[in-house]
Ligand binder design. Structure first.
Ligand SMILES: Cc1cc2nc3c(=O)[nH]c(=O)nc-3n(C[C@H](O)[C@H](O)[C@H](O)COP(=O)(O)OP(=O)(O)OC[C@H]3O[C@@H](n4cnc5c(N)ncnc54)[C@H](O)[C@@H]3O)c2cc1C
Ligand code: FES
Length: 266
């Protein structure tokens, strides 16, 4: 992990309120793995005070850059969307633990929703380079929130989309698509990142259909390095477990967890 001085190379709108930012960050690009994230300072003053945690969605160690994809939804992401190429800032990373590989011979089903899609793009591209067959299932509220084909295509052999309002792809939930995919023959490993309710539903479906599932929890964070305990998640455990063993810090113990270890239901 390094707090690197990074330079913004591009920061372009790619879908409704979604931006793709490329950073010259040679040290982080050389170390980062799929599923890990960075904590980027978006303003030199006191507001917004905290850095923004964002998953890395692509990295090129040779060219020395990393990409992040983010949705403008509040003070930090809005400040980031206003930065112009050439700006320099601090970027802490790579942080957290990334995705474990699938079992030998298993295909990968990546399920992403909203701001949970970016880590799937990096992981899908790396898995394909390793010869793993990848299906990417993406859910969004409506057509305008879906990322464009050129961003999704390198991450999967097959991409299937769902929208809540039926304006693109399957009209309904991304879990409908997942049920179809899991019904196909062959061993699968599911990876999921998205809104809490979506991940909970995916975890339940995988349990029902006996498919292994890893989830990436993108919860609220402060320090990002394990000190403040602001990102605690409750794990499944015995009633008499101490708080110390019942809770994990998403920023250092995750953000990727086996879905069966997470205590869902809130
Ligand atoms: C490990 C990790 C990886 C992440 N990767 C990405 C990414 O690749 N792309 C991306 O766009 N975002 C990602 N996020 C979420 C991103 O950090 C938050 O959206 C951002 O901090 C919001 O800050 P803000 O000041 O812009 O908005 P805020 O004012 O903090 O929030 C605006 C709205 O978003 C909601 N919100 C804020 N943070 C989260 C969150 N973590 N999960 C769900 N809802 C939230 C709030 O309830 C509020 O409604 C990630 C978060 C973590 C912890
Ligand atoms: S964000 Fe501070 S411990 Fe995880």
């Amino acid at each position: 992990m390094i707090d690197e001085r990074v330079q913004l190379m591009a920061n372009d709108a790619v879908a409704d309120d979604f931006y793709l930012a490329r950073w010259q960050a040679p040290h982080i690009a050389a170390q980062v793995e799929p599923g890990q994230f960075v904590n980027i300072e978006v303003a030199a003053g006191v507001a917004p005070l905290l850095r923004i945690p964002l998953s890395v969605c692509a990295a090129d160690p040779q060219a020395g850059y990393i990409d992040v994809l983010y949705e403008d939804m509040g003070p930090k992401s809005q400040a980031l969307s206003r930065l112009v190429p050439g700006v320099q800032t601090q970027c802490l990373g790579p942080l957290g633990r990334g995705f474990p590989p699938p079992a030998q011979g298993a295909g990968a089903i990546l399920v992403g929703g909203g701001i949970g899609v970016p880590p799937m793009l990096y992981w899908g591209a790396v898995l394909r380079r390793c010869g793993v067959r990848v299906v990417l299932l993406v859910g969004a509220r409506h057509r305008g929130k879906h990322l464009p084909d050129p961003l999704l295509a390198p991450a999967a052999d097959t991409v299937r989309r769902a929208t809540d309002d039926g304006s693109l792809g399957h009209a309904g939930l991304v879990t409908d698509l997942l049920r179809d995919e899991l019904a196909e023959a062959g061993p699968h490993q599911v990876y999921c990142c998205g809104p809490h309710g979506m991940m909970q539903a995916v975890a339940a479906l995988c349990r029902e259909m006996e498919a292994p599932c890893q989830v990436s929890l993108e919860e609220y964070m402060a320090c990002g390095i394990g000190i403040c305990v602001g990102c605690a998640v409750e794990l499944v455990g015995a009633e008499d477990d101490s708080d110390y063993s019942r809770y994990a810090r998403i920023c250092v113990d995750g953000p990727v967890f086996d879905a069966r270890r997470v205590k869902w239901g809130h």
